[in-house]
Write a protein that binds this ligand. Structure first.
Ligand code: PLP
Length: 224
């Protein structure tokens, strides 16, 4: 009985550190995004108390309801939008989030560019790539990435890197490696990849941002 009072957060941090070590990477180069979608402020509070400051949500509306009060108590929280974003919510997303991970089409690039030009907030953006070429998934096709990147740069979006969700139920490493190669080819350093089931693999392949929900909070009740 060694780890009875190890919290899920501590255990995830340890696992990230081990994976980084295996790949000879610095653990400080990996940001843990605690994905708090569907979870209440009461469930989030213990993580804040343990010092976690970077959180991910997948819906603008839900984040707008939950986070202003939490941020009043913890002003240094960094909020990431990891889910699909409708262009008509771009301005709201720019106002609320510090980083937007699922920029995947020209119309959204335009809407984000306008929202940023209109105010003083310029959240970092990840371009999402449909790395497994799956029809039901978001993300731009690999072949469309160069044009989307060019458009995003022209629109003045601060591009942090690339993001993906690899196909479910098969070995993710080749997809992570492909995303890493695409980022290198385009001179991008950020890699948002790796979730509860595969974050260690992602870290060994170069993830700079892992998005972890259920391993921190337990299973989500409803589909999210
Ligand atoms: C929900 C979600 C996650 C976290 O998934 P877990 O398997 O619960 O860790 C990561 N990325 C995105 C885009 C998500 O929607």
């Amino acid at each position: 009985m060694t780890s009875d009072d190890t919290t899920p957060l501590e255990s995830i941090r340890t696992r990230i550190a081990k994976a980084a070590d295996i790949a000879d990477r610095r653990v400080t180069d990996v940001t843990l995004i605690a994905v708090s979608k569907t979870h209440s402020a009461d469930a989030i509070a213990p993580l804040l108390e343990q010092g976690q400051r970077v959180f991910g949500e997948n819906r603008v509306q839900e984040a707008a309801e939950k986070w202003p009060a939490l941020r009043a108590a913890y002003p240094d929280v960094e909020l990431h939008l990891i889910g699909q974003l409708q262009s008509n919510k771009a301005a709201e997303a720019v106002a609320l989030f510090d980083c937007i991970h699922a920029v995947d089409r020209p119309s959204l690039v335009e809407a984000l560019g306008k929202a940023m030009a209109a105010g003083d907030r310029r959240p970092d953006c990840f371009l999402q790539v449909n790395i497994g070429d799956e029809p039901q998934k978001g993300g731009c096709a690999i072949a469309e990435l160069p044009a989307l990147l060019e458009k995003a740069r022209a629109a003045g979006l601060p591009i942090a890197g690339l993001m993906c969700l690899p196909p479910a139920d098969i070995e993710p490493a080749p997809y992570f490696a492909l995303l890493a190669k695409l980022a290198r080819d385009h001179g991008l350093t950020g890699l948002s990849m790796g979730m509860s089931d595969d974050f260690e693999t992602a870290v060994t392949i170069g993830a700079t941002h892992v998005r972890i929900g259920s391993a921190l909070f337990g299973a989500r009740g409803v589909a999210a």
